[in-house]
Design a protein around this ligand. Structure first.
Ligand code: ZN
Length: 449
């Protein structure tokens, strides 16, 4: 990796959320200096890069990753170094991770500790502040972090009610605080109590294998939570960002809320667009199911198709990954005899752009402009980077991906940069790749085509 100095990218096609045009781009000091028909003679000390036949895209922004997330099964298997390297290889130049305080821990302290870890990242980063309980001190600390620590997004979980989740009444109070401070609340929408009851029932009946993970988290648990959270947003006036939507009906509720003029943002993840619940077939060996234990779980094929339809109709601002891998051996397999002990999550930050390009753009489901909206521009707008990232324009950060639309790759745990001994996309063939990439942190030449 070299330090960015001065580059002239010629003959490429710039794709922004709202435009597409052939133009050259001059980069200097980590910023986009100028755009247009630029003559190399006028930029004598610039390294010229020929992007003929390639797209010039704003660097990807993945606003939902969990690097080094502490769990009873150990940390998620990518830390900020390996996770950010995997992100860069896949064309994602900025990530947003989370502060996940323990109950009783000061949010300000948890934020400082997490920032120290995130500084190791090789790509740009910021953090969403999480809350795992609700009381007057938490309220005060949320206010403090928004006013004085540069936080603008606060995450709450309705699931995991016995460890970090909060209830609807507490969420409503959080939304009052964050809304009045001009922030946005992110919500994991799954009914925690419903899931707890179903988990306990399955375990008591001896139904312990990984397939029951999905059955314990029904579609209704998500749909009902999404609808309630939308009504709380209407009540409080606080903008909400609903993370990792996995159901078609949930997506439709979000789209209809937007049509009513509510400030409801929707996010789905690439795995819900690519995979379905056939991976949980009870006839499969338990070990084959473990890698797919994620929350919310993968859904029936009908939902997967509806998510694509809703994506095209504008239900979602963002396609993220919820990147949170755990090794099959030594982590996921700790729950081989009890699905409630399997750490939830899977990796994908390395493959988000490739998968969305292959299965979305190349199939005609979304346009190239939508591809940019969903992978960078909208997240930049929602999370405070609208003046610096998510757009190829003069004065913006030189977070640039030169995208080769023809290069193909077969995804495999064998050739991934993600630190994990399995890959939920194993064997899938993708087309398109981030061939070269610029950020103010350096220039990466991707030779893993
Ligand atoms: Zn997550």
């Amino acid at each position: 990796m070299r330090r960015v100095d001065k580059y002239l990218i010629i003959n490429g096609t710039i794709i922004n959320a709202d435009s597409a045009a052939k133009a050259d781009v001059a980069v200097s000091g980590g910023k986009i200096e100028s755009i247009g028909k630029l003559e190399p003679e006028e930029f004598p000390d610039y390294e010229v890069i020929d992007a003929s036949g390639k797209y010039i895209l704003p660097g990807g922004i993945d606003p939902h990753v969990h690097f080094a997330l502490p769990t009873p099964a150990g940390n998620s298997s990518d830390d900020f170094v390996s996770g950010s390297e995997a992100a860069l290889a896949g064309g994602t130049t900025s990530i947003i991770d989370f502060v996940t305080p323990r109950r009783g821990q000061s949010l300000v302290e948890a934020l400082a500790l997490r920032r120290a870890e995130a500084k190791l990242s090789h790509c740009h980063w910021q953090l969403h502040l999480g809350v795992s309980e609700w009381n007057p001190q938490v309220a005060e600390e949320v206010r403090h972090c928004i006013r004085h620590e540069g936080i603008r997004s606060v995450k709450a979980y309705l699931a995991y009610s016995d460890t970090i989740g909060i209830n609807y009444g507490e969420l409503e109070q959080l939304m009052h605080v964050v809304g009045s401070e001009g922030g946005v609340v992110l919500v994991h929408c799954e009914e925690g109590e419903m899931i707890n009851r179903m988990q306990q029932q399955f375990i008591s009946e001896g139904k312990t294998n990984a397939s029951f993970h999905a059955l314990s988290r029904p579609r209704e648990a998500e749909i009902s939570a999404i609808k309630t959270v939308i009504s709380l947003s209407e009540l409080t006036g606080c903008p909400v960002y609903i993370v990792h939507v996995s159901t078609g009906e949930g997506a439709r509720a979000i789209r209809e809320a937007k049509q009513k003029g509510l400030k409801v943002y929707g996010e789905t993840c690439i795995q819900y667009l690519i995979l379905n619940n056939s991976v949980y077939d009870p006839s499969l060996p338990n070990e084959k199911v473990l890698p797919y234990v994620i929350s919310p779980p993968l859904r029936p094929e009908k939902d997967r198709c509806q998510l694509w339809n809703e994506l095209a109709k504008g239900a979602f601002e963002v396609v993220s990954t919820d990147h949170c891998p755990f090794n099959l051996h030594g982590q996921k397999d700790l729950g081989i005899n009890d699905f409630t002990k399997i750490p939830n999550g899977a990796g994908g930050v390395e493959y988000r752009l490739r998968l969305l390009f292959t299965y979305g753009v190349l199939t005609g489901k979304i346009s190239l402009n939508q591809f940019v909206s969903l992978t960078s521009a909208n997240a930049a707008g929602i999370f405070g980077w609208s003046q610096t990232k998510g757009r190829i324009a003069q004065g913006y950060d030189a977070d640039i991906v030169i995208w080769n639309p023809d290069a193909t790759l077969t995804i495999s745990a064998q050739n991934q940069l993600q630190h994990c001994d399995s890959n939920i996309y194993e064997g899938l063939i993708t087309q398109g790749c981030a061939e070269e990439l610029f950020t103010v942190k350096g220039r990466l030449v991707n030779d893993r085509r």
